[in-house]
Design a protein around this ligand. Structure first.
Ligand code: FAD
Length: 462
């Protein structure tokens, strides 16, 4: 007979959604257990946000050293990619053990192994010490997501997902990236900066199809300037007998590309297979577990959060939902409001979006005012070499009451503005709140104040 344990709260998955849910539940005095089949930290810490940003940073350092000539700085950097990856792994290990310590301090036991549910509140985990059956009053599902392969390009060998790309120790001479979403472009740009020849193939007729065209233009300019070959509106036809990548271009031309690595980044899907979801009596929303605005599933006291429940598949959304569910279980009144979930593309330049774009606001029936401040007019942007690539900060507000509906930016270094954008939306700011905030000089944040002034019809620096 397997050992049986009962807890008030069982969290499945030790990613940023699950471990935050467990920490908050423990903080609120709930007897909580967490199950993780791989390593604590999940996609974000181990093979997503953190390692990709480490690689992006290393690539920036290399590219800056290689081309500082306009600033009177020249150097000839040398790349030891094994060392770069070891440095990145050091960060990942540190965060992984950090999560373990946080859980230990919160007295949340971690059961290591893959869980399979036999009903909504019971699962069995095959641990190294043998099987354990766990039951709970509340179950929080945070199983995350995985990369989607293309049927004609299954992962393996030269065909890699973002996970393998983040562990590459030999720079590919030629990298083909299939899918020009944020993951493909972040990695493609980083490897281009490190010296790989990069070709991007995308089915849509433009890069980053989920972002509005004005925001993606500066990124497109970077790709063109840095000789990244783009095939837009193109189809993958598979590998030929010589392992060349077949591409049918928008014009119907058939190409055979020789690439030593083919990075497939066509999307991610929720991890719903293999955990016994079918035994839990949940409803689905397409491939995702269906939840309401409190992350309740169709089964009483079974909750689901993070990538498992749909877009946006972002770390901070998963954590926010995790903390919220713990609080609801503890008796708090909470609802999830996605309006202030900002998203960032760590491309070159970076893109930040929060709330509604002008087109989305109009489609929602809003009559809007827009203020757009170019970074070429920001002194701080010029000192950061961030003023010349067409970047800007844009604010979208309702005409009637000047309530801010969305804020977006593109430009080098704008990622760090995301907090102020999200804050403005979360607090329900109006244009005067932002225009009246004394922004520190010289910072990129001043550009948001200027965008608000422009929307109010009294821009000062343009
Ligand atoms: P996950 O982090 O995927 O965690 C799920 C956990 O559950 C995993 O550890 C898994 O092992 C465990 N698990 C699953 N099934 C079982 C089972 N049956 N038994 C036991 N354990 C199980 N997001 C951002 O916000 N910013 C970024 O910059 C960013 N960059 C990214 C870059 C890349 C390359 C990738 C791939 C993703 C990136 N993301 C980014 C997305 C982010 O990583 C995810 O949104 C986030 O990790 C989702 O958290 P989660 O807790 O829902 O799932």
């Amino acid at each position: 007979m397997p050992e049986t344990r009962h807890h008030k709260v069982l969290v499945l998955g030790g990613g940023v959604g699950g471990y935050v849910a467990a920490l908050r539940a423990a903080q609120l005095g709930l007897d909580t257990v967490l199950i993780e089949g791989s390593r604590l930290g999940g996609t974000c810490l181990l093979r997503g946000c953190i390692p990709s940003k480490a690689l992006t940073h290393a690539a920036d350092r290399y590219a800056e050293a290689a081309d500082g000539s306009a600033l009177g700085i020249t150097a000839a950097p040398k790349l030891d990619l094994k060392k770069t990856i070891a440095w990145k792994d050091g960060i990942v290990d540190r965060l992984n053990s950090g999560v373990a310590s946080l859980l230990a301090r919160a007295k949340v036991p971690v059961v290591e192994g893959w869980a399979i549910f036999s009903d909504a509140k019971t699962c069995t985990v095959e641990t190294k010490a043998g099987p354990i059956t766990l039951t709970a009053e509340h179950v929080i599902l945070a199983a995350g997501s995985e990369a989607v392969p293309l049927p004609m390009l299954p992962f393996g060998g030269t065909i890699i997902s973002s996970t393998e790309a983040l562990n590459i120790t030999e720079l590919p001479k030629h990298l083909a990236v299939v899918g020009a979403g944020y993951i493909g472009l972040e990695l493609g740009i980083a490897l281009r900066k490190l010296g790989a020849e990069v070709t991007v193939i995308e089915m849509a007729d433009r890069i980053l199809p989920r972002y509005d065209a004005a925001l993606t233009r500066p990124v497109r300019r970077w790709l063109d300037r840095n000789r990244v070959t783009l095939h837009l509106g193109a189809k993958i036809t598979g590998l030929d007998a010589e392992a060349r990548l077949g591409v049918e271009t928008a014009k119907g031309e058939k190409l055979a590309l020789t690439a030593d690595k083919i990075l497939v980044t066509v999307g991610r899907r929720p991890r719903t297979e293999g955990l016994g979801l079918e035994a839990m009596g949940l409803d689905m929303a397409g491939p995702f577990v269906k939840v309401d605005d409190q992350c309740r599933t169709a089964m009483r006291n079974v909750w689901a959060i993070g990538d498992l429940v749909g877009e946006p598949m972002l770390a901070h959304k998963a954590s926010a939902q995790g903390a919220m569910v713990a609080e609801i279980i503890a008796g708090h009144r909470r609802r999830f409001d996605p309006a202030s979930v900002a998203a960032i593309c760590f491309t070159d330049p970076e893109i930040v979006v929060a709330g509604l774009s002008p087109d989305e606001a109009k489609a929602a029936g809003e009559d809007v005012v827009i203020g757009q401040f170019p970074l070429s007019a920001s002194g701080r942007a010029l000192t950061l070499e961030a003023g010349e690539d067409g970047g800007f900060v844009r604010i979208v507000a309702r005409k009637g009451d000047q309530r801010v509906l969305g804020i977006q930016a593109v430009g080098r270094g704008v990622a760090e503005l995301a907090g102020e954008f999200a804050h403005a939306l979360a607090m329900g700011a109006v244009l005067e709140d932002i225009a009246g905030t004394i922004h520190v000089h010289p910072t990129l944040g001043e550009s948001l104040g200027e965008a608000a002034l422009l929307a109010l019809g009294r821009g000062l620096h343009i």
